[in-house]
Design a protein around this ligand. Structure first.
Ligand SMILES: [Fe+2]
Ligand SMILES: [Fe+2]
Length: 142
């Protein structure tokens, strides 16, 4: 069983957003799978760490590209959507700091395993209306 399925989040017409979500869900599922292996075999630590670093980079690019799109198309709820991104990143970064401070990856794994609830809600209530708005704007521009 995967941590998160692409079918659980709304399909977005803006292809760039949809592809980003598909790739990010793959990374999250890889982290979950590696974390399970790590719980039985501690030599897997580096692999989990590398994947978490990859997730962080991907997440930041994901959020900034959505923000860039919203900005480009003058999305009226830009501030609210960006604030949601910033708060999620801040929460994740606190957890990452604890990881490096105490050299304990378990809290990060716990954070990631809890995150699907936020992700589904965010995509369905923030990204979906953003995508719908941008799609409309793109049609007008054509
Ligand atoms: Fe998104
Ligand atoms: Fe978003």
């Amino acid at each position: 069983m995967a941590l998160l399925y692409i079918e659980s989040v709304e399909y977005l017409e803006v292809q760039q957003m949809q592809e980003t979500h598909e790739n990010e869900i793959k990374i999250l599922n890889e982290i979950d799978r590696l974390a399970t292996q790590y719980s039985m075999d501690k030599s897997k630590l580096t692999e989990v760490e590398t994947k978490i670093e990859k997730y962080l980079v991907h997440l930041k690019t994901h959020f900034s590209s959505e923000e860039e799109l919203m900005h480009r198309y003058n999305y009226p709820n830009y501030e609210m959507h960006k604030l949601a991104h910033d708060m999620f990143i801040a929460d994740l970064e606190i957890t990452l700091k604890q990881w490096h401070l105490h050299n304990n990856i378990d809290k990060v794994i716990h954070f990631i395993r809890k995150s699907p609830e936020w992700i589904i809600l965010h995509i369905n209530t923030m990204d979906a209306p953003t995508s719908a708005y941008i799609t409309q704007k793109m049609k007008i521009k054509q």
